[in-house]
Design a protein around this ligand. Structure first.
Ligand SMILES: Cc1cc2nc3c(=O)[nH]c(=O)nc-3n(C[C@H](O)[C@H](O)[C@H](O)COP(=O)(O)OP(=O)(O)OC[C@H]3O[C@@H](n4cnc5c(N)ncnc54)[C@H](O)[C@@H]3O)c2cc1C
Ligand SMILES: Cc1cc2nc3c(=O)[nH]c(=O)nc-3n(C[C@H](O)[C@H](O)[C@H](O)COP(=O)(O)O)c2cc1C
Length: 751
């Protein structure tokens, strides 16, 4: 096979070596525009898991790489004049030049042809090749040439960064966050051999310009960096090597091959440098592609197999890298955090490393975090913690909302049961909510309960609009209060244009086949094209519905509820005013966000006035519509800030369900980043919900300050005792009800 590798970076060289090793009969040429020792950049890092893959692919290069390593376990975080250290991270760094030397020598040994100082502009001279590897890096010429065929997408991020070096041998992977008159600077620094460290300096575009670095030469950048970080560098010089300020491009391609041309490494995909995985991905691509070619002698089949194998792994890492990238793009947001929580936020930024992982790596660090968190919770709630040798996990600390004190941070999300008759909850609701209250969560939010018969989603929805509802709800509230330590909230709503539909299991959001009732909404837009067209609310309708909310709140008080949640999410009536996709009004309640918020805030104010001052009200919002032209995370911050200004106590951060053509990006904890942002930028407590299913995630989110309460919906349908089980797994003593005392000596063995 005749193989041309364009680009002598880690991907091109490693692939060439692996192919030649697999079959010396292959004719393999690497074409590189630079000279052999002419590399940019300083060090690269690999994790232990990556090294294992290298060992299996080619023992010779692996052994040389390992010999060249500088190992470290600690991460030092310099922030607000302190250094927080976390240990047990097990990474290794080496010089990029050294890595390329090793790969070049291995190629030469295996008789790969290496052509330096040759720039490839056109593929015509290689028409006779069986395979062309485009390993020509992030600015790939080959990718650009066939951009449409590959379905290339490049997203440039605004932060500026520059790749520098220094002779300062940082003892740990070192993050420095330093503020000067221009703004906040971030440094990512790590030692890569006995004498040198990589030193990447990053900041926002505005800070960079304020510092005049937009006009700086390389020497100016070096001088600026040496001065700003004189203390941390301890007199060591900063080194340059084509150290130009850049923006980070997130590169994606819908297809990684076209004919016999295949993309690998940075040409195919990038992952932000803060997760230190670009070289690893490039070399793992090379391994996967060489193996696919061994298995499938037919090139197109091999390229398809390579992409099928690699794409899920690459995309998963790109997702983690993206969250990390965004953390560094917006670090200013976290500047109010105390150093220990800032460190926790940084270490768990990609949401992959959890409180639990950190506990294994560095139990002392996690104990410090937990103690700090528990002390804050005691101050915030005014509730002392029981005496114990160790601080409780964050999820088992109290939280106060007005006079309501929750004993822990776990909440049962409201979930429609579609099992009521004319709005009246029954035995099903008693057992459903009662068993979850017995299950250990501190707060149970009863399902979306509608303020009028016409405000229901379906004929099975619960309501709070007729006298009998108060007694029916009181029976449930009394059970929760009498028999469990939980508190109970009611979620009040009006379904708006999503009303008069079938029960979930009969066809969600689908209109009733018969017995429909008329709908109202912000604008006369049906949900589906075949849905009923709602009437645009008149001022008279608005008065009526507002008063119905107030009436329902008063009834909820009589029924004994501890808290209210107003439902302004998921496209229901109040949400329909907030989203520009469902509010096309031209009167005082449509147009700019401030105007679209007017009616929902009017309802909020009226309910707030009617509801006892000591009892809290939360509001559930859709932080994004996941649809073009809809609300975005920026809007969500403004929405939350408005709610806060009106006395809202917490925002439950959900997303979407506004329009059927939404394109949500699901995944573990997929809504937590919105909660994080709202909590820090709008300065309001948040309740995060959405694919949160492990106690490790709950503890991480709380400890890092991404939310104040963790809300589980389906997790609680599956396991009403989720909180008790989480306590047991963590050896935390959460008292069982007296009736279940015997469980203490029982060992569960479901498997
Ligand atoms: C600031 C920064 C820090 C980073 N830190 C790390 C880290 O710690 N760990 C890590 O794993 N990764 C890191 N990376 C990423 C890493 O550098 C890349 O992901 C990795 O080098 C990709 O390898 P590659 O072989 O695909 O591309 P490259 O290493 O970019 O190699 C491409 C090669 O192709 C050559 N070339 C380009 N065009 C042509 C042409 N037309 N003709 C001939 N030759 C051509 C180039 O000269 C180059 O040698 C970092 C990146 C940046 C920007
Ligand atoms: C059966 C069911 C019913 C739901 N009903 C409601 C509801 O009444 N009010 C509400 O705000 N969200 C409702 N949701 C959404 C959940 O409260 C929650 O926001 C969503 O399921 C994501 O959380 P999870 O990943 O933990 O399930 C419902 C979800 C389910 C699965």
């Amino acid at each position: 096979m005749r193989i041309i590798c364009i680009g002598g970076g880690p991907a091109g060289l490693y692939f060439a070596a692996l192919m030649k090793k697999a079959d010396p009969a292959h004719d393999v040429t690497v074409i590189e525009r630079n000279r052999p020792d002419d590399t940019f950049g300083f060090g690269v890092v690999f994790s232990d898991a990556t090294l294992e893959r290298f060992a299996q692919a080619d023992r010779e290069t692996h052994d040389e790489i390992v010999r060249a390593f500088a190992h470290w376990d600690d991460i030092d975080i310099h922030y607000q004049g302190t250094v927080v250290t976390s240990t047990g991270h097990g990474f290794a760094g080496m010089s990029r030049q050294r890595l390329l030397d090793i790969l070049q020598r291995r190629c030469a040994h295996l008789a790969v042809k290496l052509e330096f100082q040759t720039e490839v502009r056109d593929l015509a001279p290689y028409a006779d090749a069986d395979l062309i590897l485009a390993g020509d890096g992030v600015n790939s010429t080959i990718r650009a040439r066939y951009a449409e065929r590959f379905g290339r997408r490049i997203e440039w991020w605004p932060n500026r960064f520059v790749w520098l070096g220094t002779t300062c041998p940082f003892p740990a992977f070192t993050f420095i966050f330093k503020e000067d008159v221009h703004g906040l600077w971030r440094v990512h620094a790590y030692r890569y051999d006995a004498r040198y460290s990589t030193f990447i300096l990053e900041t926002t575009d505005a800070t960079w310009r304020r510092a005049g670095l937009d006009e700086a030469s390389e020497d100016d950048t070096v001088a600026f960096t040496e001065e700003l970080f004189a203390d941390e560098l301890k007199g060591h010089p900063v080194l340059k090597n084509r150290s130009l300020w850049r923006n980070f491009p997130v590169v994606r391609n819908e297809r990684w091959s076209h004919g016999n041309v295949v993309l690998v490494g940075d040409a195919a995909h990038t992952a932000h440098f803060s997760v230190g995985s670009g070289t690893k991905l490039a070399m793992e691509d090379a391994i996967a592609l060489s193996r696919a070619l061994e298995r499938h002698p037919d090139v197109p089949a091999a390229l398809a197999a390579y992409e099928a194998e690699r794409r899920p792994e690459v995309e998963s890492l790109q997702r983690a890298a993206q969250v990390s990238l965004e953390w560094f793009e917006t670090t200013e947001r976290y500047q109010r955090l105390e150093p220990i929580q800032f460190a926790m936020s940084l270490l768990t930024r990609s949401l992959r490393v959890t409180h639990e992982n950190l506990k294994v790596r560095d139990p002392r660090f996690v104990a410090t975090v937990d103690r700090w968190f528990a002390e804050g919770a005691v101050r915030q709630s005014g509730v002392p913690l029981p005496a114990a040798p160790a601080p409780p996990p964050p999820m088992f600390t109290p939280f106060r909302l007005r006079d309501l004190v929750l004993s822990n941070r776990i909440v049962v999300s409201p979930m429609c049961q579609y099992s009521a008759e004319d709005g009246t909850p029954n035995d099903w609701h008693l057992v459903h909510l009662g068993s979850r209250a017995a299950g250990g969560a501190a707060l149970i939010v009863a399902e979306m309960t509608d303020v009028s018969r016409e405000g229901r989603i379906s004929p099975g929805c619960t309501g709070m609009y007729k006298p009998g509802h108060v007694d029916a709800w009181r029976r449930i509230v009394d059970f929760v209060h009498r028999h469990t330590g939980a508190r109970i909230a009611l979620q009040l709503a009006h379904a708006g244009r999503k009303g008069s539909t079938r029960r979930m299991w009969e066809g969600i959001d689908e209109p009733l086949p018969e017995g429909n009732w008329p709908l109202v909404s912000a604008s006369p837009l049906p949900y589906f094209p075949h849905s009923q067209v709602p009437r645009e609310m008149t001022r008279g309708d608005m008065d009526l519905v507002r008063d119905q909310f107030v009436q329902a709140a008063r009834m909820a008080e009589v029924a004994g509820f501890d808290m209210l949640e107003l439902h302004m999410a998921h496209g229901y009536l109040l949400a329909s005013f907030i989203s520009p996709l469902t509010n096309l009004r031209t009167d005082a309640y449509g147009g700019l966000l401030e105007l679209r918020m007017r009616y929902p805030l009017e309802v909020f104010d009226a309910v707030r006035t009617a509801w006892p001052a000591g009892k809290p009200i939360s509001v559930k919002i859709s932080a994004t519509d996941w649809a073009p032209g809809g609300t975005t995370a920026d809007d969500a911050v403004r929405i939350a800030a408005r709610l806060r200004a009106h006395g809202c106590d917490a925002v439950t951060v959900s997303t979407g369900q506004t329009v059927p053509h939404q394109k949500p990006v699901y995944g573990r904890l997929y809504q937590a980043p919105f909660s994080d942002r709202i909590r820090h930028e709008a300065g309001i407590p948040t309740m995060t919900v959405g694919n949160l299913s492990t106690y490790a995630d709950a503890n991480s989110i709380l400890a890092a300050g991404r939310a104040d309460l963790c809300v589980l919906a389906r997790g609680h349908l599956y396991d009403p005792y989720w909180t008790r089980h989480a306590a047991r797994e963590q050896d935390y003593d959460l008292p069982w009800p007296d009736q279940y005392e015997s469980v203490k000596s029982y060992t569960p063995r479901a498997r």
